[in-house]
Design a protein around this ligand. Structure first.
Ligand SMILES: *Cc1c(COP(=O)(O)O)cnc(C)c1O
Length: 373
């Protein structure tokens, strides 16, 4: 297939509406930014681009640059989480990992892979964090130096109660390392409660996958930081980026897209406006599906605004539902692991409108009618 026929093919079939939690449907502006002029990552124009993005990331939550730094990495959200854990926890440190879904469990696997001493407070997927169990662990295990937690556990859509957890950790003098990959830019995020937060360009920020970042208190990333990895060492990135440089080649076009996505976020009213927009879309989906007998896994106040999980109706299998909706231009997202057959997920991250959701609900009605359950 040559480029011309590829282009024609794409315009005849508009890309589907992505209801997965990233990569997201791009705005026209972000898509256009991908075609900006070629640029060498050792030129001052790149240094300006990088510095602008780092500053704008701090601005999303009004963070002071003297106290906080944002460090950019090539890689998906997992790279940022792994960089945070490996770069911040000292050689003799110990991490308490809170697990109530895939992403908490992934952080424990990261600790294991890198030989980081850790212990876990586990829950069934979707359950709220058991603060008593966390308190008990912190009391008993005095070697714990950090708590690692997921803000929005995308496995089930649960928004973990960061403030309650942070209060408890503060009482023990333990800093919180946060996986904010699927909440950054869409949920309230009190940085006074945490020491570092890992996130990505391609979820609630509406950028392109390939760049992720960690926002950390500056004093965490000194030259004495542990060196467990060469490529993911945040202190190295931070130092080089402060010097208007980068240790390795960065995905320049994806930077352009992120710069544009941050400009659009600000123009649209920042994270609060995005929260409100997502909240409206999520409510529209909930009400529409509820009318068809399709019920959510969690209550509204337990869920993030960015993604909600729903029970697969008894009248249809997930695969049939997925394929039928895809044929009508909508990509829904399966449950993970043991939830794969039982739930599906709808994320409204990205350039999605109420009109898109109206069409989605019509497509659902065609698929499940009123025979659900
Ligand atoms: C998506 C996600 C990740 C991992 O992101 P990738 O970009 O797939 O590497 C980590 N944590 C949470 C909470 C996520 O939603």
């Amino acid at each position: 297939m040559n480029w011309t026929t590829l282009n024609l093919g794409m315009s005849e079939h508009p890309p589907p509406i992505l209801l997965n939690p990233g990569p997201v449907n791009l705005s026209p502006g972000v898509r256009a930014a991908l075609t900006k002029p070629d640029l060498c990552h050792r030129e001052p124009e790149f240094a300006d681009l990088q510095a602008g993005i780092r500053a704008n990331l701090l601005d999303v939550y009004d963070l002071t640059p003297s106290e906080w730094t944002s460090v950019l990495l090539a890689g998906s959200g997992t790279a940022a989480v792994e960089a945070m854990l490996t770069s911040v926890v000292a050689e003799d440190g110990k991490v308490l990992v809170i697990e109530n879904g895939v992403y908490g469990e992934r952080m424990a696997r990261m600790c294991k892979v890198h030989g980081i001493d850790h212990c876990e407070v586990t829950h069934a997927w979707g359950d709220a964090i058991d603060l008593e169990a966390v308190a008990k662990e912190l009391d008993l295990n005095t070697r714990i130096t950090h708590v690692a937690a997921v803000h929005h556990e995308t496995t089930t859509g649960r928004l973990n109660d960061l403030e309650a957890l942070a209060d408890l950790c503060r009482g023990h003098g333990i800093p919180v390392l946060l996986d904010g990959v699927s909440s950054f830019a869409a949920e309230a995020l009190n940085f006074d409660s945490i020491a570092a937060c890992a996130a990505t360009a391609s979820k609630c920020l509406h950028g392109v996958p390939g760049v992720s970042f960690v926002i950390a208190r500056r004093d965490l990333l000194s030259s004495e930081s542990p060196k467990r990895t060469l490529y993911l060492d945040l202190a190295t990135y931070c130092h080089e980026q402060d010097e208007r440089n980068t240790p390795f080649t960065q995905p320049v076009q994806i930077y352009y897209a992120l710069e544009q996505a941050l400009t659009e976020l600000e123009a649209q009213g920042g994270w609060r406006a995005r929260h409100k927009h997502y909240s409206g879309l999520a409510q529209q989906v909930r009400e529409g599906l509820s009318a068809l007998g399709v019920e959510p896994l969690l209550k509204t106040h337990e869920s993030s605004v960015a993604l909600n999980a729903y029970h697969v109706p008894h009248s249809i299998s997930y695969d049939t539902l997925h394929d039928g909706l895809k044929a009508q231009g909508f990509v829904i997202y399966a449950g993970q692991g043991r939830l794969a057959r039982d739930i599906f997920r709808i994320s409204t991250m990205g350039a999605i409108t109420h009109k898109d959701i109206e069409r989605l609900l019509r497509a659902f009605r065609d698929m499940v009618g009123n025979s659900a359950n």
